[in-house]
Design a protein around this ligand. Structure first.
Ligand SMILES: O=C(NCCCCc1cc2ccncc2s1)c1cc(-c2ccc(F)cc2)cc(O)c1O
Ligand SMILES: [Mg+2]
Length: 214
């Protein structure tokens, strides 16, 4: 039977990365996706911007929408303080199964809670299910047409507090025009665009960092 791209990515991690070494997992995935087979990880260039936002915030509660193979999950989890809460949501069971193994290879399974399901279904349940009051940081990297409705849903569910940061991938490519329009014109947010490139390519893309003003 044919292997899937995520399965081939996991094999590259198991072959080239050291168990328990998150940086070697990140490096193995970047090498595989740059030289063997492109995949939709946030990548090394935008990944450095993600790292700087996480390090600067030292967040106690993080939500990631869109796990895929767990690349950004590992990038974020490796920088979190010991008792931080980190929830990552993945819709596709195949992706989730691979991500669990990538996260485990990095030795970070204790720091991450991977939840399978759709953001629209899970966001309203997070408070009671995981005992989380608000998120300090949300990384949006799932369906591009869900960024806006899910942001409004997080507002409505009281999951954001004054100072919460939304960091959105792919605001240029594939693009999230309705989300950008909303977040840049809303008085409830202070936004800044970090120009970069689509992972492993020369195509323009970037991250939009938005601070919720309450
Ligand atoms: O679609 C992308 N990412 C979302 C995958 C959707 C998985 C989901 C997770 C989840 C969790 C909860 N609820 C619902 C959902 S849906 C994506 C696509 C490209 C790209 C760019 C140029 C191309 F030519 C082709 C693809 C680049 C990227 O960095 C991406 O992130
Ligand atoms: Mg992305």
């Amino acid at each position: 039977t044919q292997s899937t791209r995520p399965q081939r990515l996991l094999s590259a991690v198991q072959k080239n990365a050291t168990r328990g070494d998150p940086c070697s997992v990140v490096r193995a995935i970047d090498d595989f996706c740059r030289h063997k087979e492109w995949a939709m990880n946030v990548g090394d260039e935008k990944g450095c911007i993600l790292d700087s936002v996480v390090s600067e915030m030292n967040p106690a509660a993080v939500l990631e929408l869109g796990t895929y193979c767990g690349y950004s999950t590992v990038r974020i989890a490796r920088l979190l303080p010991p008792d931080a809460k980190f929830i990552t949501l993945e819709f596709n069971p195949g992706f989730a199964a691979i991500a669990r193994q990538v996260i485990a290879w990095a030795g970070l399974e204790e720091k991450v809670q991977l939840v399978e399901g759709a953001s629209g279904d899970w966001i309203p349940k997070i408070k009671e299910q995981f005992g989380i009051k608000t998120f300090d940081l949300v990384f949006l990297d799932h369906w591009k047409d869900r960024y806006l409705p899910d942001t409004k849903l997080m507002e409505e569910c009281g999951l954001l507090r004054k100072g919460s940061v939304l960091l959105a991938d792919n605001v240029i490519c594939p693009g999230t025009p309705d989300y950008l329009e909303y977040i840049r014109s809303s008085p409830k947010y202070e936004s800044r665009y970090f120009k970069s490139h689509l992972e492993y390519t020369k195509v323009e893309d970037g991250l939009e960092k938005s601070i919720f003003l309450g």
